[in-house]
Design a protein around this ligand. Structure first.
Ligand code: ACM
Length: 566
C-alpha cells in the first residue's frame, strides 16, 4: 500500500505520479460542528511540527474553500459508523468527513501520517515543505475496543509518560487505555478519604532487579502516584483524543499495598498485617483482602471516588481485577471460614465470587459495568458484566457463549512483556517468543466461537506488565514496534491469520531508503519506523536491541516452545 499507512485503511486510492496538494506558509482550517476538538488537536500538533497556526477559513462556512476542512457527515456515519471517515485530497485541499467526531479525529491522524514523518516532530525542521498526495481514503475500524493495558504499579509511569502513551495510542488509532492502578507493589491513585493508600502504599524501599529468579536487588526506593487532578487531566486529555481510560482497582487479590497502608484490610487472624510493607518482589501474593463487610465498605469508598474521576460518558466500564487470588489465608482464617458459613457459600472460591458479585451489583446500581479478569467467571456473573480473557482464549469463549461481552487479551498472544526474539540479547526475557509477525497474526475472534458469541467480542487489548521495565524506555522497547502490528489487527479487516500479508506490513514499517516512486525529492520516504523515530519512541530495532537496551546477566523467566493458541 502507498504511503505506509498504519494501521492499513479499508480503502485507499492515490493518484499515480507526483500529484500533490502543496500547502502554503499559512494554511487555513474550516471546522464544522462537532469537529472543534480535532481542530484544536490539529492546531496543536501541526502548529508544533509545521509552525502553522491554522486560522479559521474565511468565510466560516465549512463548505467554502479551505486547505483543511473537517466535517461530521451523517452519510459517512451511516456507511462507515461513527469512527469511520473519508479523507479526500484534491486541488481544493484536504477534506475529512467523519461519521462522528471520532471519525473526524481518526481521519486527522491519517492526514498526519500522509504529511510524512516530520509531522510527528514538535518543531519545524529548516526548509520543510508540506504537501499531501491526491487521493481518497475510506476507512473504519473492525473493533470498538482497541486497547493497551499499562501496569503503572510494578513500575510507576509518571503522568507525562501516561499522556505521551495516550498520544501514541491515538497515533495508532487505538482507543482504550486500561490503567492498572493498584497492586501488591504499589497503589497509584490518590483516594482522599483513605490518604494512607498513597501515603504508605505508593512506594517501596527496594525492588527486585530482574524477574523473581534473579538474586539481584535495586536498593533505590521506587514510587509515585497520580493526584486526583492528575487523573482528571489524564481522562480529559484522552477524551479529547477519543481514547477511553478504563481504571482498574484490583481485588480481592493483588492488594498488599492497600493492606500495608491499612492493615485491617487483611486477614489479621492469620498474618501480622501490621508488619507488612508494600511488596518489593514479583509473583502471586498470598496477602489478600479479608472477606468482611468493613472491607466492602472501604472499597465502596474507593470506587465512589473512582467513579467521580472517570465519568460514565468516558468509560462505562470499571475494572475490578479479580485475578490470581490465592485462597490459602482464607482457608486458614477462622474469621473467613465463619464468613463462608454466614454467607452460605460453598468454599473459599465462593468468597471470591461474593466479592466480585457485590461490586458487580454495586456498579450496576450506579449505571456502570463491571469488567474483570477471566477468573471472575468462576462464580457466575450478573448480566452486563464483561470479561478480559487473559489466560488464553478459553475464558473469553466461555464468557461470550454465556452472553457476556469480552475483551480478548490472551497472555500467550498479546502480553507485550513477553520477549520479542529468542537468544540472550533480549533484556530480562519473559515468557514466550512473540515476534512482530506473531502479533501481526493474532486473531481476536477464535474460529470456534459461534456467530452469535463472536458478536460479543468487543475487541482486544495488548497488556504490558512492568516487573522488568524500570522506566519508560524499557516500556517503549517492549511495546514497539509490536503495538503497530496489534493496531492493524484490531483496526483493519485483515484476512485470517495465515493469509495475512506480513511482507506488506513489514514494508510499510520500514519504508524505503532514499525516496520512492511518486514522492518528490526532499519529502522523506517514510515508513512507520521514521514516524516512531520522530516521536522519540525507544522501539526494538528490527536488527535487535541496541547495546543500551540489553540487560546482560539479569535473569528473566523465558518459556520455551510455541504458545498454545486456545
Ligand atoms: C494477569 O495477567 N494476571 C491479568
Amino acid at each position: 500500500m502507498d504511503h505506509d499507512l498504519i494501521p492499513a485503511p479499508r480503502e485507499a486510492t492515490f493518484q499515480a505520479g507526483a500529484v500533490r496538494y502543496a500547502f502554503g506558509p499559512e494554511p487555513d482550517l474550516a471546522a464544522g460542528p462537532g469537529t472543534q476538538a480535532t481542530a484544536r488537536w490539529l492546531r496543536g500538533v501541526l502548529g508544533a511540527a509545521a509552525g502553522w497556526s491554522l486560522p479559521p477559513a474565511e468565510p466560516a462556512d465549512p463548505d467554502g474553500r479551505a486547505d483543511v476542512r473537517l466535517l461530521v457527515d451523517e452519510g459517512v456515519g451511516r456507511e462507515l459508523g461513527p469512527e469511520g471517515y473519508e479523507l479526500t485530497v484534491s486541488a481544493d485541499g484536504a477534506l475529512i468527513r467523519g461519521g462522528g467526531p471520532a471519525g473526524v479525529f481518526w481521519g486527522a491522524q491519517t492526514l498526519r501520517q500522509l504529511l510524512g514523518p516530520h509531522a510527528f516532530r514538535r518543531a519545524p525542521l529548516p526548509g520543510a515543505r508540506w504537501s499531501l498526495p491526491y487521493g481518497t481514503v475510506r476507512d473504519a475500524p473492525r473493533f470498538g475496543w482497541r486497547g493497551l493495558l499499562l501496569d503503572v504499579c510494578r513500575h510507576f509511569l509518571p503522568k507525562d509518560g501516561v499522556l505521551r502513551y495516550i498520544d501514541l495510542l491515538a497515533a495508532h488509532k487505538l482507543n482504550v487505555l486500561h490503567l492498572h492502578l493498584t497492586d501488591d507493589q504499589g497503589w497509584r491513585i490518590e483516594i482522599k478519604r483513605h490518604p494512607r493508600l498513597t501515603g504508605v502504599g505508593a512506594w517501596r524501599p527496594r525492588s527486585r532487579w530482574g524477574h523473581r529468579d534473579s538474586p539481584l536487588w535495586n536498593d533505590t526506593p521506587h514510587g509515585g502516584f497520580y493526584t486526583q487532578d492528575d487523573i482528571r487531566e489524564i481522562v480529559a486529555y484522552a477524551a479529547a483524543r477519543h481514547v477511553r481510560v478504563v481504571p482498574e482497582i484490583d481485588l480481592p487479590g493483588h492488594a498488599q499495598a492497600a493492606i500495608a497502608a491499612y492493615p485491617e484490610l487483611g486477614n489479621t487472624d492469620v498474618v501480622d498485617t501490621a508488619a507488612l510493607g508494600v511488596w518489593d518482589d514479583w509473583g502471586i501474593n498470598e496477602n489478600v483482602l479479608a472477606p468482611t463487610e468493613a472491607v466492602l465498605r472501604f472499597y465502596e469508598g474507593v470506587f465512589e471516588e473512582v467513579l467521580e474521576l472517570f465519568p460514565a460518558e468516558v468509560s462505562p466500564f470499571v475494572h475490578v481485577g479479580g485475578d490470581e487470588c490465592p485462597k490459602t489465608q482464607w482457608a486458614a482464617s477462622r474469621a473467613a471460614q465463619e464468613r463462608i458459613r454466614e454467607l452460605g457459600v460453598k468454599d473459599e472460591d465462593g468468597l471470591q465470587s461474593w466479592f466480585i458479585r457485590h461490586f458487580d451489583g454495586w456498579l450496576a446500581e450506579r449505571g456502570r459495568r463491571l469488567i474483570g479478569w477471566d477468573e471472575i467467571l468462576e462464580g457466575g456473573l450478573a448480566d452486563g458484566a464483561a470479561v478480559s480473557s487473559w489466560r488464553g482464549y478459553a475464558g473469553g469463549i466461555a464468557a461470550a457463549e454465556a452472553g457476556h461481552d469480552v475483551v480478548m487479551c490472551p497472555e500467550q498472544q498479546v502480553y507485550l512483556d513477553h520477549r520479542q526474539a529468542p537468544g540472550p540479547d533480549e533484556p530480562m526475557p519473559i515468557g514466550y517468543v512473540r515476534t512482530l509477525e506473531d502479533v501481526y497474526r493474532f486473531e481476536p475472534v477464535p474460529p470456534q466461537l459461534s456467530a452469535r458469541a463472536a458478536e460479543r467480542v468487543l475487541g482486544a487489548q495488548a497488556n504490558v506488565w512492568t516487573e522488568v521495565m524500570e522506566h519508560q524506555g524499557r516500556v517503549d522497547y517492549q511495546v514497539f514496534p509490536r503495538l503497530a502490528a496489534f493496531a492493524e489487527v484490531v483496526w483493519s479487516r485483515l484476512p485470517e491469520p495465515g493469509a495475512r500479508d506480513y511482507a506488506d506490513f513489514e514494508g510499510r514499517m520500514g519504508g524505503l531508503e532514499g525516496g520512492r516512486p511518486g514522492v518528490p525529492a526532499g519529502v522523506p520516504a517514510g515508513g512507520h519506523y521514521a514516524r516512531l523515530d520522530a516521536l522519540g519512541v525507544d522501539y526494538r530495532p528490527p536488527g535487535g536491541p541496541l547495546p543500551w537496551q540489553r540487560r546482560p546477566g539479569v535473569l528473566g523467566r523465558p518459556k520455551d516452545g510455541v504458545p498454545p493458541t486456545v
